[in-house]
Ligand binder design. Structure first.
Ligand SMILES: Cc1cc2nc3c(=O)[nH]c(=O)nc-3n(C[C@H](O)[C@H](O)[C@H](O)COP(=O)(O)OP(=O)(O)OC[C@H]3O[C@@H](n4cnc5c(N)ncnc54)[C@H](O)[C@@H]3O)c2cc1C
Length: 418
């Protein structure tokens, strides 16, 4: 045998799986098709700006992050807990009243937060707050939109804030995602203050990789997985590796390459990254557009933020980094740069003539489609000695990917011991 376990894929799930196996005393070899670790969590360094491959944030309240990540070493730069709401006539900052007391009056007195909606939102979230953060999931589930209707959440808070915010988080504007999945994410948003690592989001998988005794083999796609009498055999261009077991920690879209499982559907988004010499009017908050009649964005942008205001390390001193996100399930998800700029000018009420486009990421496979009911998290067996891990085996998030990887590591250890 060349090693005890081969892990295919060095995204968060594969890396945490390898780490768990290593801690359990197994020898592990990780194969990664790409030129760096991280999978969907990568950062491009462009002229001193850190542009994550698709805007995303790290929530330190995730139990998996609290347990397995050295968040202090990442130097998390936190966003404000709230959002700036842009309507056709004005902008309003809505923020967590305890974390940002200076915005408490504006938040509680805003027309976007009627008392009836705040009560309905509390009703909607309450079942999750009473549950343990991890463990068994409620049997009852519904789509997000059905659950909002059932809770009576039908007013301005939903129309101007929640629907738009959540569509950006889920890369899904249809409202068909599992309500229990969204409740989990909202609960962690309420408990934590998400932010960005000093060196960019890729610092998170790099930290996990740095703890592995054997370096991840980059640029080494697994081409084939065979089951043998005493384990598995994985072919790569560099040769064939034999091991007692394997974990496939590839993304949902790649499952069919190495197994007889179908590829799973995903939601996608795009992120535009601009540099600006002057600071646009905004705080360290996400901006949401509620200018369309009846709610929601009037243009292609579902959220935007001056990233460097929350995370100064993302831009060289004296310059500013702005992200704008569009959704691929919308007809204007692939809007041209000129359209995106026009939208940004409306949102920030400022010209973008001196803004320079740094890069534009089209992330087709952002998150697995997660319709109700939300399943219990579990690695899936494929053959005697191979398991599947990844966010699609738990729920689409950093928490889901890390937990799934960890569970797969524990399962393989038990399998080999048995
Ligand atoms: C734009 C965007 C925004 C997001 N926002 C958030 C957020 O704000 N908060 C949050 O919690 N989550 C967010 N997520 C989700 C989170 O990043 C993912 O759930 C998580 O990173 C998935 O990790 P994974 O290991 O399951 O899969 P992946 O990251 O997809 O890893 C799979 C790995 O397998 C490799 N691979 C595939 N085939 C092979 C092969 N044959 N051989 C070798 N290697 C192979 C791939 O190259 C990849 O590195 C976001 C994701 C994106 C893309």
């Amino acid at each position: 045998m060349d090693t005890d376990v081969i892990v295919i894929g060095a995204g968060l799930a594969g890396l945490q799986c390898a780490r768990r196996l290593q801690r359990n005393g197994q020898r592990v070899t990780v194969l990664e098709a790409s030129d760096a670790v991280g999978g969907r969590v990568r950062t491009d360094l462009i002229d001193g700006f850190r542009c994550d491959r698709g805007f995303q944030v790290l929530n330190p309240a995730y139990p998996a992050v609290r347990d397995w990540i050295d968040v202090d070493a990442l130097g998390l730069q936190q966003f404000g807990v709230g959002a700036v709401i842009r309507t056709a006539t004005k902008t309003t900052t809505l923020a967590h009243p305890l974390r940002h007391p200076q915005h408490a009056l504006a938040t509680l007195g805003s027309r976007h937060t009627p008392v009836s909606d705040l009560l309905a939102f509390a009703r909607w979230l309450a079942p999750t707050l009473r549950q343990p953060a991890t463990g068994p999931r409620p049997a009852q589930d519904a789509t997000l939109h059905e659950s909002f209707e059932a809770a009576g959440l039908t007013g301005a808070l939903r129309r101007d804030v929640l629907d738009t915010f959540l569509a950006g988080v889920l890369a899904d504007s249809t409202g068909q995602s599992s309500a229990n999945y969204v409740r989990l994410l909202v609960r962690w948003f309420a408990l934590g203050a998400p932010g960005l690592p000093r060196e960019g989001m890729q610092a998170l998988p790099e930290q996990l990789a740095s703890w592995l005794l054997e370096p991840v083999r980059l640029n080494t796609p697994a081409r084939d997985l065979q089951h043998t009498a005493d384990g598995v055999q994985v072919s790569t261009e560099a040769g064939t590796l034999r091991a007692r077991a394997a974990v496939l920690a590839v993304g949902p879209q790649d499952l069919s390459e190495l197994t007889d499982q179908p590829a799973l559907p995903t939601h996608g988004l795009t992120t535009w990254w601009f540099r600006a010499p002057e600071l646009p009017q905004a705080g360290p908050f996400l901006m949401l557009d509620a200018s369309r009649r009846g709610g929601g964005p009037a243009g292609p942008i579902w959220n935007t933020a001056v990233i460097s205001q929350a995370a100064p390390s993302y831009a060289p001193e004296g310059q500013h980094l702005i992200q704008a996100t569009t959704l691929l399930d919308r007809p204007d998800g692939l809007a041209e740069e000129a359209t995106v700029r026009r939208d940004l000018e409306r949102l920030y009420q400022s010209s973008t003539a001196d803004w320079e486009l740094l890069t534009h990421h089209i992330v087709e496979h952002t998150l697995p489609v997660q319709h109700p009911p939300l399943r219990e998290a579990s690695p899936q067996r494929v053959g005697e000695r191979a398991l599947i891990a990844g966010d699609h085996r738990d729920h689409g998030s950093i928490q889901g990917a890390l937990t799934s990887g960890d569970q797969a590591g524990q399962s393989v250890t038990r399998l080999l011991a048995g």
